[in-house]
Design a protein around this ligand. Sequence first.
Ligand code: ZN
Ligand code: ZN
Length: 570
Amino acid sequence: MKEERDATPRADRLTIARALREMAGLLDASGQETFKARAYARGAEVLERLDADLGALVDQRRLTTLPGIGPALAAMITDLYETGRSQTLEEQRQRVPAVALELSRIPRLGLDKIAALHAALGVKTIDDLEAACVAGRVRTVKGMGEKTERRILEAIRRLRSPEAQRVLLPEALAVADAMGAHLKKAPAAAEAAGDLRRWAESIDELSLVVAADRPSDTLKHALRAPLLADVTSRGKESFQGRLASGLPIRIQVVSRAAYAATLLTATGSAAHVEHLERLARARGVRLEGETEADIYRRLGLPFIPPELREGEGEIEAAMAGALPADLVTAEDLKGLVHCHTVYSDGQHTVEQMARAADALGMEYMTITDHSPAAAYAGGLTVDRLKAQWEEIARVQERVSVRLLRGTESDILADGSLDYPDAILEQLDVVIASIHRRHRMDVNQMTERLVRTMALPCFKIWGHALGRLILSRPPVECRVEEILDAAAAGRAAVEINGDPKRLDLPPHWLKAARERRLSFVVSTDAHSVGELGNVRYGIPMARRGWVRRDEVLNSRNAAEFVQAVAPAGRR
Ligand SMILES: [Zn+2]
Ligand SMILES: [Zn+2]
């Protein structure tokens, strides 16, 4: 028997991935080991996309069975998983000069530029660099111009913004799970509250509410969580601190009797909770109950799902009996839409993707690789596209899921699509997305997209606003005008489940619903694991109050094919 140890990992999968990325950055900053740097960056990506249980792979010493994970990376991952530290990483941190390390936090500032800035201007810290930019001195350094100076300044401001500490949903869920696993040993019931429970696109604090028979003991146990790096404030029933990843955390431990009310108020939003409090005062009742549903009932309301609690009309709708009862759920989806394969930039073959869809019990799946203009993503020429049709036909004989031929066609600068009509008409489904020229001015962009929506071919407007959460703003355009054009033409709107995209954003979904547009909840999967992206797409749809009937891939295969047929016949 092994000695009893706390089996909770010292670092979760995404924290380890970040450490690998840091290692890649350090190797890059050292300027000599770009090959090794790429290996660490690839390893980070493998972990980010991993479906399997990392703990089992570590325990069984099977990490090297993962593609791209050699013995060196496996050793580092194991150290981080088991101890939260890595000697290799720490040594590398020592090796890179402090100046380089500090300044390499600015994206695309390589060691050569850092050395030049240091030599010419004596820049040592990000503060120094900011001052030099503001004074217009960076542009005087050889090899740098005004444009570089502006870019550096923007990067510094981004680094400093409160946005910089926000994390995306997968990371927030991973740490919430790890904390939950730790707390379960207490024994206690724990649930994430706050923005995460409302499925905000990114999170700046993890809030957990815990019910315990002996709250003070459970609080002590919570304070021993391996992921917790430090505690910033502490009360009788709660504490605030920071996780090893830097993410702020707030934990409230309460008696079982107070659990539902605490969870309700900790879930928010502030506007929603204030409205409930007003109702409670008016009725002379308190926000108490055994479950959240009890509390809503006391206020004369049906249960309001957490992702609707924004204080944006949901309580009024609930009072009027107008809250949609048939919001779309994951169980409603019959088809997986927007899937990439090795034909473009996906990691798995048509057959691997199809078998995964079979395993998920799906009725159909659209294979939608990139079009030629997306050359960086291996976009398919017409010949390659036709070769894929043959492969789809071959695979179809071996799987049950119905495979639909599609494309994710680039929307070109003039609003047209990236294959001739004669080709588009032979497809089952066309997703139309912007991948290049994101920075047109608002008029040009609006015109471009209005033109796309008006094309006779039926198209699903893919990751509509082109945003990357926390890293790229949405394109500038008049969304309502484009939605009008979509409603007048032949188009549906994608609710992209890639946790970096989640596009069209929920508040615009409401505007699309007002225009009676239809939706697909898609995966934008580039691997078998990412077929699970519907986990993120569904709550976004629900936040936009999207109902089952409005989601085309909640229909059966025949109805779906008919609804999205590019040529409009069939
Ligand atoms: Zn795309
Ligand atoms: Zn895609």
